[in-house]
Design a protein around this ligand. Structure first.
Ligand code: ADP
Ligand code: MG
Length: 315
């Protein structure tokens, strides 16, 4: 449904995007995750045809955004970082205005009613936009994106600036919209992407650094394995025995958990469970428990963002 190939974009000398490629199937919700300045808005502005790229292409439903921007734009509903709201209009007047501006060819009254129901703003249609809460204004922005029934929705940081209750409501709304639309949502919050999306794409300094299903990033993103152990014996000796095991990178003493029993965390480059078992079997110390700890997506994201996989400096 969406095919992004090799996008590169310079702002004067500053390279904002560096060979960004990804694709998205119909009906998927993609989370576009990255810290501020990573290139999310730039990518979204190019996909929606509001900004040109220096190289690369974007196809929406097979239509090239550069070659046929009119047709491509018809298929996209866009909620930019700063939604284009006219603050002195009522919600109804604004949506009618945008409906005409977009030259939507559907029965206007019915269509607007359906959209307002969908994003739950029917009760504020008569209100002036500047008198609405930020949460409601964001819904009006979403309504504007839904005009003309586009199959693709591009939402740039849709929950920024909302309070926690509004955030929950907007996320639920996006998940519902995701049932009938192909959605790209950008966010600098991992929790948001995890809560809403099927697929996740991590961008940093203009480069895609991870492109996977949320679950497979957790499995393959980590090069280290971690174990948590409880061992009975002499604390210092246990510590140094663990450190001597081949492949162990780091041993963390997490303190006494029962009398004479200590908890340790062991980070290693490979599975060292058998080696640890054998080392302790020869001693008087007893391993009371040993289990692998999964690296959370949060850890992996931080690794990626703090430069473990990318050493380029942001400008
Ligand atoms: P994000 O949306 O992920 O926060 P952006 O796409 O807005 O990131 O920005 C990517 C990079 O491009 C940043 O380094 C930013 O400073 C730069 N940038 C964005 N817009 C402009 C612009 N209009 N002129 C110059 N530099 C820009
Ligand atoms: Mg942005």
């Amino acid at each position: 449904m969406i095919e992004v190939k090799d996008l590169t974009k310079y702002y004067v000398k500053n390279k904002a995007l560096d060979h960004v490629s990804f694709s998205l199937k119909e009906g998927e919700i993609l989370g576009f995750l990255g810290p501020n300045g990573a290139g999310k808005s730039t990518t979204m502005n190019i996909i929606t045809g509001y900004l040109s790229s220096d190289s690369g292409s974007v196809k929406i439903d097979g239509i090239d955004v550069l070659e046929d921007p009119k047709e491509a734009k018809k298929r996209i509903g866009y909620l930019p970082e700063q939604p284009p709201l006219y603050n002195d209009m009522t919600v109804q007047k604004y949506l009618e205005f945008m409906f005409k501006l977009k030259k939507v060819r559907l029965p206007m009254k019915e269509h607007l009613n359906t959209i307002c129901e969908q994003v739950k703003i029917s009760d504020v249609k008569g209100k002036i936009i500047k008198h609405l809460s930020k949460g409601y204004r964001q819904r009006v922005g979403l309504a504007q994106a839904l005009l003309g029934d586009p199959p693709v929705l591009i939402l740039d940081e849709p929950t920024v600036g909302l309070d926690p209750i509004q955030i929950v409501e907007i996320r639920k709304l996006i998940r519902d919209l995701g049932k009938q639309h192909t959605v790209i949502l950008s966010s600098h919050l991992l929790s948001e992407v995890q809560a809403v999306c099927d697929k996740i794409l991590i961008i940093n300094h203009g480069k895609i650094v991870a492109d996977e299903l949320t679950s497979s990033i957790t499995q393959t993103g980590s090069s280290t394995v971690s174990l948590e152990l409880i061992i009975e014996g002499r604390r210092q000796t246990i510590h140094s025995m663990l450190q001597k095991v081949d492949g162990v990178i780091k041993v963390t003493d997490k303190g006494e958990c029962e009398r004479g029993c200590y908890e340790f965390r062991v980070d290693s480059r490979r599975d060292v469970r058998r080696l640890i078992f054998r080392a302790f079997a020869k001693s008087d110390f007893a391993i009371l428990s040993m289990h692998p700890v999964e690296q959370s997506l949060e850890d992996i994201y931080l690794d990626i963002i703090t430069g473990k996989t990318d050493t380029e400096e942001a400008s």
